[in-house]
Structure formats: structure tokens, C-alpha cells
Ligand binder design. Structure first.
Ligand code: MG
Length: 258
């Protein structure tokens, strides 16, 4: 199994980056791994930590309609260039955390996505240069208040609510290009979304290069690469799982926002 890079909070409240071992103990690193963090002598037992989202991005840059079949289901063409939007860093939650259904919304959708984690400052990169700036891969759910997205005509409110970016559970360095992203609701065996990441219109290297022509990407920043077809609504009480072969699965549930 690939090395799994985690971020955890210990029971005494300290936050660490670490390596998740097969026995679920965490070997603590002295810095984020993309900043050359090295293993320390500290090891956390499974009951002595909680998983956090695996990085703490300064920003989340997301891409709309990056799978042709999803653009079609939204009744729109595939964009000629990547279509960018931002999610605030405050919407990030970890695996097993609650997505809060906001009272302003009448329809809240899942969007299972591959997330890229940037390892190095990235400005004005070519796709070839951008490749080496992608430190690793994790899983995201680009939760969207679909009715508000349509009503507002732009996406800041619809995609920016607190808890609307489940991220994790960990980061891996390598990914098979044929790996599928799949989304499951509740106990269903059949996924509601399933597509190989190779179906993306714009590849990760092209996306990172394109974004770096606009804004500086910093270590720990996250890129959401778009969702395949099959988006749909979630209800309060639902559980949602996004899985990517070679990474694992990101599990969350919905509660009413109080
Ligand atoms: Mg999306």
C-alpha cells in the first residue's frame, strides 16, 4: 500500500503532520511533508489522535465542468478553457465530520472529485513545470447548494458554506491514471457517480499551469479537478462516500445547520 500522509489532532489538542502506519499508529513528522518534514520519535496510538483534513490550504481553487458527461448533464458545453472558482479555506472538514445543510438552501448536491495538493510555490508554470509542483493526491466532495448556484448566477455562496469541502482522509504521492472516482449514498452498493480520472477534459498538469498564470499557488493549496456525471441531491441524515482507487474513501454525513 502507498504511504499515507495524514494531519492529525492529538488528544491534548496539538496538530501534527504524520505517516499513517498499517497498524493505524501515526509516526509524527516535524513539518508538513511537502516542506521536507522528517519523522520524529513521537508515535501516536490509534486512540490518541483524530484525523484532520490532510492539509490546511490558503485557498481551494476548483474547476467547473471538467468532465464532458457532467457538462452535458448540466445542459452546457465543455468550456474552451478551464472554468475556475474559489472555495474558502473555512469550508474544509475532515473525513467522518458533518456537512451542515444550510437553511438558505433547498437542494444540496454531492460532487465527488480528485483533489491535488500543491507542494511548492507555483507561478507562471508550464504544464511540464506544473507536474512537479503537484505533491500528492487526495479526495474531495465539492458540496454545492444547487438552487443557490442557479439563483445567484455565480458560485461563491452556493459552494462556500462552512463544511462544504470535505477533504481527505489522507494524501498519497502517486495515482494510477485509470483510477475511478466514485460516489456512494448511504448503504447503496451501486455508485451514483463513477468515472476514470482520465476522462477529465483538462489534465491536472494543465489545470495547475493554467491557474498559476492567474494566481500564485502556495504549498498546501488544493485544486479540485471537477466532478463527473451523476451529481444529485443529499438530504439531512444521509451519508455520502467518495472513493478513489489507490487513495481510499472520504466519508461524511449531513445534519441541519443550527
Ligand atoms: Mg465541482
Amino acid at each position: 500500500m502507498a504511504q499515507r500522509y495524514v494531519r492529525v489532532q492529538s488528544t491534548d489538542g496539538q496538530v501534527f503532520y504524520g505517516l499513517l502506519q498499517l497498524d493505524r499508529q501515526v509516526r509524527v513528522l516535524d513539518a508538513p511533508p511537502w516542506l521536507k518534514g522528517q519523522p520524529t520519535d513521537l508515535e501516536l496510538m490509534p486512540d490518541a489522535y483524530q484525523l484532520l483534513a490532510p492539509c490546511a490550504p490558503s485557498k481551494i481553487v476548483a474547476v467547473g465542468k471538467n468532465y464532458a458527461n457532467h457538462a452535458a448533464e448540466m445542459g452546457t458545453p465543455v468550456p474552451a478553457e478551464p472554468l475556475l472558482f474559489l472555495k474558502p479555506s473555512t469550508c474544509v472538514i475532515s473525513t467522518e465530520a458533518a456537512i451542515q445543510y444550510p437553511p438558505q438552501a433547498e437542494r444540496v448536491d454531492y460532487e465527488g472529485e480528485l483533489a491535488l495538493v500543491i507542494g511548492e510555490r507555483c507561478v507562471n508554470c508550464t504544464p511540464e513545470q506544473a507536474h512537479s509542483k503537484i505533491w500528492g493526491y487526495t479526495i474531495a466532495n465539492d458540496v454545492t447548494a444547487r438552487d443557490l448556484q442557479r439563483k445567484d448566477g455565480q458560485w461563491t455562496r452556493a459552494k462556500g458554506f462552512d463544511t462544504f469541502c470535505p477533504l481527505g482522509p489522507w494524501i498519497v504521492r502517486e495515482l494510477n491514471p485509470g483510477a475511478k472516482v466514485q460516489t456512494f449514498l448511504n448503504d447503496a452498493a451501486e455508485p451514483v457517480q463513477s468515472a476514470p480520472i482520465s476522462d477529465m477534459v483538462f489534465s491536472p498538469d494543465v489545470l495547475v499551469a493554467y491557474i498559476s498564470q492567474v494566481m500564485t499557488l502556495l504549498p498546501g493549496d488544493v485544486i479540485l479537478t471537477g466532478t463527473p456525471e451523476g451529481v444529485g441531491a443529499m438530504q439531512i441524515g444521509d451519508r455520502v462516500k467518495v472513493a478513489i482507487e489507490g487513495i481510499g474513501h472520504l466519508d461524511n454525513y449531513l445534519v441541519a445547520r443550527s
